[in-house]
Ligand binder design. Structure first.
Ligand code: SF4
Length: 294
């Protein structure tokens, strides 16, 4: 039986006290421990941003990459070794801005990845510029007179792009977020976990208090995640997308089981994981190419 400490990294998080990302880390550690997935079978991959420091804080394999490219790296790792539990992490700027093309294509391919977006509706690492999920009118360093663009709706985008698991968590509800994380990791196919993860330093609009006054849990209101039409109705439930709505749903919007993942269909993997297949290169060249990893 692996205890929670087995999943904690030696490096302590450097986030601002109160940052919502702490709750995401805790929920991820708890989810992995409750599923008893060995740390050496877990890979977390990130791009750039405050939340993208995530892989440093787990005792598991980790890759801290470049801006917006968590999904391509995670995809490559999963295709090379489908036995790995691969979790891509990052923020709304990284995933829904710079990396948005990768996000959409990974969903339509139904790669078996869990993608956790710590969505704080601002760029935190660069000290407070508008992000793709900042709401209209929000005043930031880059928009002193207010944002003039509509925000991206990650839940609706995921539904439209073919994701087979679409969810939203809240850092103010670690228990609910852990339940979502467990289900997302267990799901065979692409799982989005969009987490309302307040930036306490630079976003003074979307605070814990603001969310607590609005969030509710879908599972408490009889939502059926198998019904995509109902998922669409809930996806636009947010004051920024429909001014007649005051509440914000959290939980699993949509889950489709049984659809083959990209790895299931990829012909190159029919003979087994790439990591188990011979490279087909002379031994000396193989050794040279792999260098220190050999
Ligand atoms: Fe978290 Fe914001 Fe601080 Fe970054 S700047 S660590 S997002 S609170």
């Amino acid at each position: 039986m692996l205890e929670l400490d087995a999943y904690k990294g030696e490096i302590k998080p450097t986030w601002c006290p109160g940052c919502g990302d702490f709750a995401v880390l805790n929920a991820t550690l708890k989810a992995l421990q409750s599923l008893q997935i060995e740390p050496w079978n877990v890979l977390t991959v990130s791009g750039i941003g405050c939340s993208s420091n995530f892989p440093h804080f787990l005792s598991a394999y980790g890759f801290h990459g470049i801006h917006g490219r968590a999904i391509p790296v995670a995809s490559g790792a999963k295709l090379a070794n489908p036995a790995l539990t691969v979790i891509a992490t990052g923020g709304d700027g990284d995933g829904f801005g710079i990396g948005c093309g990768h996000f959409v294509h990974a969903m339509r391919r139904n790669l078996d990845l869990t993608y956790v977006v710590m969505d704080n509706q601002i760029y935190g690492l660069t000290t407070g510029q508008a992000s793709p999920t900042s709401e209209m009118g929000m005043k930031t360093k880059s928009t002193p007179e207010g944002v003039i663009e509509e925000p991206i709706n990650p839940i609706a985008l995921a539904l439209a792009s073919g994701a087979t698991f679409v969810s939203r968590g809240f850092s103010g509800d670690v228990k609910g977020l852990t339940e979502i994380m467990v289900a997302a990791i267990q799901h065979k196919g692409f799982s989005l976990v969009d987490v309302l993860s307040p930036c306490v330093t630079y976003n003074k609009d979307n605070t814990y208090e603001w969310f607590r006054a609005r969030v509710y849990r879908l599972d408490k209101e009889g939502h059926d995640p198998a019904d995509i039409r109902k998922a669409w109705d809930r996806a636009v439930e947010w004051p920024a997308f429909d001014s007649s709505k005051e509440r914000i749903p959290t939980g699993i919007f949509y889950r489709k089981e049984g659809k083959p993942s990209y790895e299931d269909l990829e012909p190159a993997l029919k003979a087994g994981p790439l990591t188990k297949q011979p490279l087909g290169l002379p031994a000396d060249l193989q050794k040279k190419l792999l260098g220190d990893f050999y």
